[in-house]
Design a protein around this ligand. Structure first.
Ligand SMILES: [Mn+2]
Length: 321
């Protein structure tokens, strides 16, 4: 691949991130692609990559990725260095940001396109900024929209979501290289190619076993008058899928899926703000879907009780004020 002056960073976990990258690649097929994630490990990888790239690129795009408020000073410092090196930075996002972070980033000369959560998903922002009028790119953005905003999802879109879940269960490097291949093939108009179809088929088996294990682990606890269902998932299930399974199995207002240290938070009760709960658990996100992190690994069955206890405590605290 030729050296490219442009690099795009998109969220690793979902179809909106993948489509943000794919749509941008239709505009600049030679662009470098990186996938990023929240949390201390994810952000330090992001920042390291940015530091490395200030020597080699002239433009950095960040899409469908919010400001990780717990690691914001690292990100701001890295952006500052990029700007000093005269790198143009465009950041397009729809997650919840604090006014302070938006100001900090804009003061550095970063072109921040930030819309309210529900106005547009990341892929739609990338479409409008770089690929307006490209009918296929518009279709890709719609696919992302249907998953990000829990709309009606067609079967092709749903198989892509499952592929991304599968890739996210692999080691990060392996995950990113397969996501990049998928993004490049989608950008060329090939939504499922031979390798991705075979990956999809093997994932169907793995996923079925993961769902069975999760169902056996669910506990329901009360936080005030809210029912909180906590389930412990294996790496093979995405947080979103795990929360869906929990919601199907038990009646609850809030669903929390635990994978190692990572937490995914969803709701069936619209009065609940998931991002508020997530902020009490070292994370953030949307009111309808958010993610956090435990200070310890709950993969071991022995740690599950402590994990559930901590989650209930933080949910109660977060929703009290
Ligand atoms: Mn998104």
């Amino acid at each position: 691949m030729p050296v490219s002056p442009t690099s795009i960073y998109a969220h690793r976990r979902d179809l909106d991130g993948l489509m943000s990258a794919a749509i941008f690649l239709r505009e600049k097929p030679e662009a470098k692609v990186h996938f990023v994630d929240y949390g201390s490990a994810g952000i330090s990888q992001f920042v390291r990559q940015l530091q490395f790239e200030k020597e080699t690129v002239t433009q950095v795009i960040v899409a469908d990725f919010g400001m990780d408020e717990h690691n914001s000073s690292l990100i701001v410092t890295a952006l500052e260095e990029l700007r000093k090196a005269k790198v143009q930075v465009d950041w397009l996002d729809h997650h919840v940001w604090t006014e302070e972070s938006m100001k900090k980033v804009r003061d550095l000369g970063v072109k921040l396109t930030k819309v309210p959560d529900r106005d547009a998903c990341g892929a739609e922002l990338v479409y409008h900024a770089y690929r307006e009028g490209d009918g296929f790119a518009s279709l890709l953005a719609k696919m992302a929209h249907s998953t990000d905003f829990h709309g009606t999802v067609d079967d092709v879109t749903s198989s892509l979501v499952q592929l991304i879940d599968y890739y996210n269960s692999l080691e990060p490097e392996e995950c990113d290289s397969r996501l990049e291949m998928l993004a490049r093939s989608v950008a060329r108009g090939v939504i499922i190619e031979q390798g991705t179809y075979m990956d999809y088929l093997s994932y169907l088996d793995i996923q079925g076993r993961g769902v069975d294990m999760l169902k056996q682990s669910i506990v329901v606890l009360n936080a005030g008058n809210l029912r909180v269902a906590v389930g412990f998932a294996e790496n093979s299930l995405s947080g979103t899928r795990a929360c869906e399974v929990i919601r199907e199995v038990v009646q609850s207002d809030i669903q929390v899926a635990v994978k190692g240290r990572k937490l995914s938070i969803r709701r069936s009760n619209e009065a609940v703000d998931c991002s508020k709960i997530a902020r009490a658990l070292n994370g953030g996100g949307h009111d309808y879907a958010a993610g956090g992190e435990l200070p310890f690994d709950a993969s071991e069955p022995d740690n599950r009780e402590a994990a559930s206890r901590m989650i209930i405590e933080k949910v109660s605290e977060a929703l009290a004020d």
